[in-house]
Design a protein around this ligand. Structure first.
Ligand SMILES: [Zn+2]
Ligand SMILES: [Zn+2]
Length: 358
């Protein structure tokens, strides 16, 4: 099969013929139909996490089940599925507590499934490796969806949608009429905007330095769009929240500056929810006295605390009811052999989601 292989950090991916094994016990082989490019793939490829190479990335995907391994009963051959990187045993402390992205279960190493033409192992990046025609993943990573849902739109649910919406619906306790600020309205933040809309937050205030992303935020349900290059964000948020600051601030960009800005936008007792994953080693600083005195909270949101088998069908229903926007998230469609163009376009900052279609 063809795959886009990362052999050196910060270099274009190489389209290569590689082999993939048959699904083992508890595993599923899926023919990939679509895979979006997420900021985490870009971090991986650029070496921000110093991950294992060579590797195949791609983790926001969808496809059709090709084969199931022994013991799999949750999906069957021919099922349309969303493929996520959330792999969970279902039995550990965190799984039983409903926190699937924190699973402590043991799984086969990531270098056992894919190999190049010389037989050398290729690492399964982000547990999925969906910049390829097929993936073999744990059955917990796939969720069957109705065949009427277009698979390119469905792919986006796997990461950006569950992370952005989940940060609002699972990690924050947003009540009707609560104010919400979303800093960074790209592939994750735009979904926090629509998550806030679904929870009836008001006002919903989007902050981004990119005009197109601010416009998209308004289209997805934001009431106000603020460009920090043109407007003092703190002043604007205070004036929109009766001088108190926001009830919830969502950070969907992996940067210390965004976290520090966000803390300054909260009301006393408000919560900062950090969903954006930064490169390794990034640290943020803040005034501890003020933080404690004001009773503010900081919450790390990993993959929106999503339980795929519980939450993805619900998100699909919202899409089919016209309440969750997915089609509008797709900025461009590219074949696998033009993936480097798609990545460059994603890095350029204008795209919400570029998607590889097979
Ligand atoms: Zn992702
Ligand atoms: Zn577990």
């Amino acid at each position: 099969m063809k795959a886009a292989v990362c052999r050196h950090f910060a270099q274009p991916l190489a389209i290569e013929d590689v082999s993939i094994g048959a699904p083992g016990a508890g595993e599923v082989k899926v023919r990939v139909v679509a895979c979006a490019i997420c900021q985490s793939d870009i971090h991986f490829i650029d070496g921000a996490w110093n991950s294992t190479l060579p590797a195949v990335c791609g983790h926001e995907a969808s496809g059709v089940v090709e084969a199931i391994g022994p013991g799999v009963s949750s999906v069957a051959e021919g099922d349309h599925v969303v493929i996520t990187l959330i792999r969970s045993c279902g039995r550990c402390h965190h799984c039983l507590a409903g926190m699937r992205p924190l699973c402590e279960g043991a799984f086969p190493p990531g270098d056992e499934k894919i190999s190049d033409t010389k037989g050398a192992a290729i690492f399964q990046g982000l547990r999925t490796a969906a910049f390829a025609e097929y993936v073999v993943v744990d059955a917990s990573q796939v969720v069957a969806i109705p065949p009427e849902v277009p698979l390119d739109s469905a792919a986006l649910i796997a990461c950006g949608v569950v992370t952005g919406v989940g940060a609002v619906s699972r990690n924050a306790s947003v009540e009707e009429g609560d104010s919400a600020v979303i800093i960074g309205t790209g592939g994750v933040g735009i979904n926090s905007v629509q998550g806030a809309r679904l929870e009836k937050a008001h006002p919903i205030i989007a902050v981004d330095i990119n005009e197109r992303k601010l416009q998209a935020a308004l289209d997805f349900g934001a009431d106000h769009a603020i460009d920090p290059k043109k407007t003092d964000v703190r002043e604007a948020v205070l004036s929109l929240t009766a001088g108190r600051g926001a009830d919830h601030v969502f950070i969907s960009v992996g940067s210390a500056e965004a976290v520090e800005l966000g803390l300054g936008l909260l009301r006393r007792g408000g919560a900062l929810i950090i969903a954006g994953m930064p490169p390794s080693g990034v640290r943020a600083g803040f005034d501890l006295t003020d933080f404690v005195d004001s009773g503010r909270r900081i919450i790390g949101s990993k993959m929106g605390s999503t339980h795929p088998q519980r939450d993805i069908p619900e998100l699909v229903s919202l899409y089919l009811e016209g309440r969750l926007m997915l089609d509008e998230l797709i900025s461009g469609r590219y074949p696998l052999d033009r993936i480097n163009e798609a990545i460059d376009s994603s890095k350029g900052g204008d795209a919400l989601r570029n998607i590889i279609v097979f």
